[in-house]
Design a protein around this ligand. Structure first.
Ligand code: GLN
Length: 488
């Protein structure tokens, strides 16, 4: 048995039973990171010293018979757009290269209280804008299944770290798919909860009405565990929902009676890789064999989701990113300026990469006086139509199943010069963000070239428990989640 290959739940059990110490787990993990990180490059920063200190504290508590938290001794990686007190939070941008937050994000505070061990901050596309990790200002993370391929984005660092067994679980953020898409490309379980279920306090804002913190884990039980810890109301986030948090950990093992699964035709059309189509159809067959009823559906406005997203997301991004002006914090140009406007433009020209600039420009355009009604208002109306499509669907079914992405992980460099082609990789994940519903990607197969395939389950608002349970049913019947890339 190789320790680092265990699930988070299993390693925690071993630590609690004192079969191994938390310090041994951390030492073992950093030894492996030392061997493989130069190839995968999942992290922007690592904190071995901090991790060992926390591990020691947990070991002492356990040795003295003290109570430990739900994540006792589990090494966790955090996407580098989630604020960590005293640890740099760069958003993979030059503009925040030296920013050390004076506070912890809500989710970070929660996992620390539950005795998780934070081992480092993971790579992402700059400000979470991208689908491949290639927009990071620092380096490109590689997919552990094939290091010529991207790990997905924007949370490719978190997904690659979990797949390469360089973290037992990870936190990410999902604005249009950045938890689910990299999870599908790397063969993990990626869960984006309902908008408002998990506080965004301390998550660096990209598009505030779409952003949601989520989890990347090795299996569904680990997803339930992490979601249990980070869910709940927070008065620091005005969009945080004051809705009771069910017991996800116990819930995933309840029985699925009279399950009705919706299969939307718009998610199986043109552009879908045939190997992915057949893997998801096989998975649907497994549900059917287990007593589920498959119901064909149509979500007629989903064809407009991508266009709607790129208006709303860029509009919100242009407003959120206006704060990076070099005055209070962040990058400041070394060149002298004659006036404040020159200073702002120099700071932003030097600090932002090209994708961020493209989005700020697009966002300002769609919000500008002459175009606001034609683009932003129109997009908001279409968003409501997409929402009603899902409401209609959920009056007939318990969950909707689709592929997570139309293609498997692609080669580094393959799509970087064609932004539209890149944007298409989120076509199936974006609707859940526009509507605010929960979505989870689970492994459901491999291509003939050995790349993981992900399947997406979407549920009604606040019904994470149900989709986790339905995901667990599939996991119980298959072993895709147990496969490992050959990184020996
Ligand atoms: N790839 C999408 C984008 O670039 C989604 C990113 C995300 O979810 N953070 O906007």
């Amino acid at each position: 048995m190789i320790l680092r290959e265990l699930s988070a739940n299993s390693i925690k059990e071993k630590i609690i039973k004192r079969e191994i110490t938390a310090q041994e787990v951390v030492e073992d993990l950093f030894k492996w990171i030392g061997l493989k990180e130069s190839l995968i490059k999942a992290y922007i920063s690592l904190d071995k010293e901090g991790a060992l200190l926390k591990a020691k504290e947990i070991d002492e508590k356990l040795n003295n018979g003290g109570r430990v938290g739900l994540l006792a001794g589990i090494p966790v990686a955090i996407k580098d757009n989630i604020c960590t007190w005293g640890m740099k939070t760069t958003c993979a941008s030059k503009i925040l290269e030296n920013f050390t937050p004076p506070y912890d994000a809500f989710v970070v505070k929660r996992i620390k209280e539950e005795d998780a061990i934070i081992i480092g901050k993971t790579n992402l596309d700059e400000f979470a804008m991208g689908s491949s990790n290639e927009n990071s200002a620092f380096h490109v993370t590689r997919n552990p299944w094939n290091t010529d391929c991207i790990p997905g984005g924007s949370g490719g660092g978190s997904a690659a770290a979990v797949t390469a067994d360089m973290a037992f679980m990870a936190l990410g953020s999902d604005t249009g798919g950045s938890v689910r898409q990299p999870s599908s490309f790397c063969g993990n379980v990626g869960c984006k909860p309902t908008y408002g279920r998990v506080s965004r306090y301390g998550l660096v804002a990209f598009a505030s009405s779409l952003d949601q913190i989520g989890s990347i884990t090795k299996d569904v039980s680990d997803a339930a565990l992490l979601l249990q810890v980070v869910s709940g109301h927070d008065c620091h986030d005005s969009t945080s929902a004051n809705v009771e948090v069910p017991d996800y950990i116990a819930g995933i093992n309840s029985v699925n009676n009279n399950l009705r699964i919706g299969v939307p035709k718009e998610f199986f059309g043109e552009g879908l890789n045939p190997e992915i189509e057949s893997a998801v159809k096989n998975a649907l067959g497994i549900y059917k064999k287990n007593g589920a009823e498959l119901i064909d559906l149509s979500l007629p406005h989903c064809g407009y989701a991508l266009a709607t997203y790129y208006i709303i997301a860029t509009a919100e991004a242009s407003s959120n990113l206006a704060r990076y002006d070099g005055v209070r914090y962040g990058h400041r140009s070394q060149l002298s300026e004659d006036n404040i406007i020159d200073m702002y433009s120099r700071v932003r020209a030097e600090g932002f990469g090209s994708e961020v600039k493209r989005r700020v420009l697009l966002g300002n355009y769609v919000l500008s006086a002459g175009f606001y009604d034609a683009y932003y208002i129109k997009a908001s109306k279409v968003r409501n139509l997409i929402k009603s499509d899902f409401e209609d669907a959920f009056s007939k079914v318990d969950c909707i199943i689709s592929p997570t992405c139309p293609s498997p992980a692609f080669k580094i460099g393959e799509k970087i010069t064609d932004p539209l082609e890149m944007y298409l990789s989120d076509i199936y994940t974006i609707p859940a963000n526009l509507v605010g519903i929960p979505g989870i990607s689970i492994p459901c197969g491999f291509t003939t070239t050995g790349l993981p395939i992900g399947m997406q389950l979407m549920g009604k608002h606040f019904e994470e428990e149900k989709i986790l349970r339905i995901a667990k049913l599939f996991e119980n019947e298959t072993d895709f989640h147990l496969k490992k890339p050959g990184l020996k």
